[in-house]
Design a binder for this molecule. Structure first.
Ligand code: IPE
Ligand code: IPE
Ligand code: MG
Length: 244
């Protein structure tokens, strides 16, 4: 069976470039082309949702030059995506903390999300200035905001607070996450060999199967994607005791 939702940590652009004696930026450029192709391949193979890690809340720690190159690449990718999403019937959504991004990038995200919202082919989520912990904290803020908005008076009563506390459960909380309405991924692929989540989808990956390949992201292709799906099919999925 092909997983309905694949999450992808696109890692190794820098190492790929280094192995070719080129600057890291060269790897990022090639990596963005790989993403375009992988979206087509994934949909072709029967995948419905793909969520990719493009820039983490920790990636701001990189050099100013690298961060600004990555932002430039994202700008270009977002602008090209309006046409690309139409051609491929692809819906694009961006997850992560938007407020820190440049105004023109925020506008490009909003235009792309609006222009592609009816497309029912591949559902692509781009994680941009995304951190799993940050998403959970923003989710908590959303819960508090909901409480404040729902109370007509100046103060939230203890009674309402107690009720909200008792009623809060996993389903209700997930409504406040960036991935609302999107099923959890069945498969996570990380390229370039690191065995960590690097703060990606901490909530959503609770029962996701992990697949790590040593292949650097710019070299990742349809054959590698198929290998990951084959490996997934050899797993026995367990959810704490049952296979459902
Ligand atoms: C992934 O490649 C791209 C981003 C994190 C933006 P890296 O830039 O992390 O490449 P390596 O891991 O240093 O090789
Ligand atoms: C994870 O890769 C983030 C993205 C792919 C966007 P990193 O290269 O930033 O992660 P670490 O630093 O190796 O954990
Ligand atoms: Mg890396």
């Amino acid at each position: 069976m092909v997983p309905k939702h694949i999450a992808l940590i696109m890692d190794g652009n820098g190492r790929w470039a280094k192995s070719k004696g080129k600057p890291r930026t060269f790897g990022h450029k090639k990596g963005s082309e790989t993403l375009k192709q992988i979206c087509k391949d994934a949909y072709d193979l029967g995948v419905k949702y793909v969520t990719v890690y493009a820039f983490s809340t920790e990636n701001w720690k990189r050099s100013k030059e690298e961060v600004s190159f990555l932002m430039g690449l994202l700008r270009q990718y977002l602008n090209e995506s309006i046409k690309n999403s139409e051609e491929n019937n692809m819906r694009v959504r961006v997850i992560g903390r938007r407020s820190d991004l440049d105004k023109d990038i925020i506008e490009a995200i909003e235009s792309l999300e609006e222009a592609s919202k009816e497309f029912d082919g591949l559902q692509l989520q781009i994680a941009l200035n995304y951190g799993g912990r940050d998403e959970i904290i923003r989710g908590m803020r959303g819960v508090f905001q909901h409480l404040l908005d729902n109370d007509g008076s100046d103060q939230v009563s203890k009674h309402d607070l107690k009720l909200a506390m008792q009623e809060l459960d996993e389903d209700k909380f997930s409504y406040y996450l960036d991935t609302v309405g999107i099923p959890d991924p069945e498969l996570l692929i990380r390229t370039s060999g690191e065995l960590r989540t690097s703060n990606f989808m901490l909530w959503q990956l609770a029962y996701t199967e992990f697949y790590v390949t040593d292949v650097y992201w710019p070299d990742f292709n349809r054959t590698e994607l198929k290998k990951a799906i084959d490996a997934y099919n050899r797993r026995e999925r367990r959810f704490g005791g049952t296979t459902k």
